[in-house]
Ligand binder design. Structure first.
Ligand code: ISE
Length: 342
């Protein structure tokens, strides 16, 4: 049976993770689920009658039939569930963001360090995307020279009506915050946000698009154009400008069509499809590390904390219109240790 996984939250991404554990990945089985909505669980129970249904998230974490936990519930619950899993000494895979605020993320880091064991892997799946991995390999090789600046685009066709300016940072731009941190191997020290002309497709409370500028401790500048009602597709771009040239994230594979007097390629529209392979690879890596009893090499609670501190500064910058400082330091030794793969 392998690792017995309990899943908290079976909304869109929770359901996907259950399916990939049951159908695609190896070394684990989902044995328990909990969701605040019974309605959400109905179809799953029908498909997988062997999975035990819980009426309380903490009971699921504590249950002796659960070896490890996947947290895919609402963001407001991530912190408490992570801390409970750490208390129970169970490995946990937590969807992003780690917590609702930097203070919340710090509480998870503190709990993990106090327990003396690295148990949390965070769901920043882009680190497992083959395109980003190739880009990192190239930058790490040194042939491009030093990185000077990077231009990123995070465009969604449409966005939840209730999403406001802060949500775009904590839910969407947070991916660039983490992946650029990892890619450039440097942490951010200041943030500014600029609002261009607003699209009429954006909800009343949302300034869409927005441009987020981030400076790293070594002076690199990362510019993220976020446009979450762009209408035309789900479009992720990343271009890194270096001393010796420019490196660009590959586009997802797509067939070139000649049709109806047009020559074109189609774009994806769903973020879950764009990073389908990355989700598989990240979760498989987690399962492998859990079943071998090793620490994982994925994003840690510290990475979640860094992203949360940076996100908080971006939100402050949205309100002030100024550069806002980001108070971060290099990772403590506890978080620098890597998994030994033999
Ligand atoms: C969603 O929660 C994600 O994580 C996607 O990767 C992101 O592109 C989208 O904007 C978020 O809503």
């Amino acid at each position: 049976m392998g690792v017995r996984v309990g899943v908290l939250g079976v909304g869109a991404i929770g359901k996907d993770h259950i399916r990939r554990i049951q159908e695609t990945l190896s070394g684990a089985q989902v044995t328990a689920v909990f969701d605040v909505s019974y309605e959400n669980m109905k179809q799953l129970i029908f498909e997988y009658p062997q999975i035990k249904v819980f009426t309380d998230g903490c009971e699921l974490i504590a249950d002796e039939t659960v070896d490890a936990v996947v947290i895919a519930s609402a963001t407001s619950t991530h912190e408490a569930y992570c801390i409970e899993a750490i208390r129970q000494k169970k490995p946990v895979f937590c969807e992003k963001p780690l917590a609702q605020s930097a203070q919340g993320a710090k509480r998870v880091v503190d709990a993990e360090m106090a327990g003396g064991q690295r148990l949390v892997q965070l769901g920043f799946m882009r680190r497992f995307d083959s395109g980003y991995m190739k880009l990192k390999q190239l930058l790490d090789s040194g042939v491009m020279g030093d990185v000077l600046m990077a231009h990123c685009a995070h465009f969604n066709p449409t966005y939840p009506q209730e999403g406001g300016n802060a949500y775009v940072i904590t839910d969407t731009v947070i991916h660039e915050i983490d992946v650029m941190n990892w890619l450039l191997e440097d942490y951010f020290v200041a943030a500014q946000v600029i609002f261009p002309r607003k699209s009429r497709n954006a909800a009343k409370q949302l300034n869409d698009p927005m441009v987020v500028a981030l400076k790293t401790s070594k002076g690199m500048l990362v510019e993220v154009r976020a446009f979450v009602n762009c209408q035309y597709g789900y479009d992720i771009q990343c271009e890194v400008v270096c001393e010796q040239g420019v490196a660009k994230l590959p586009e997802p594979e797509s067939i070139t069509l000649r049709r109806d007097a047009k020559l074109y390629q189609t774009l994806l529209t769903d973020w879950k499809e764009r990073f389908l392979d990355a989700y598989d690879v990240e979760l498989q890596a987690w399962i492998r590390a859990v079943s071998a009893g090793r620490i994982h090499n994925g994003p840690t609670a510290w990475d979640g904390y860094c992203a949360a501190v940076t996100a908080d500064a971006c939100i402050k910058a949205q309100q002030s219109g100024q550069w806002e400082p980001i108070a971060l330091t290099p990772a403590p030794l506890f978080y620098q240790e890597k998994e030994e793969i033999h």
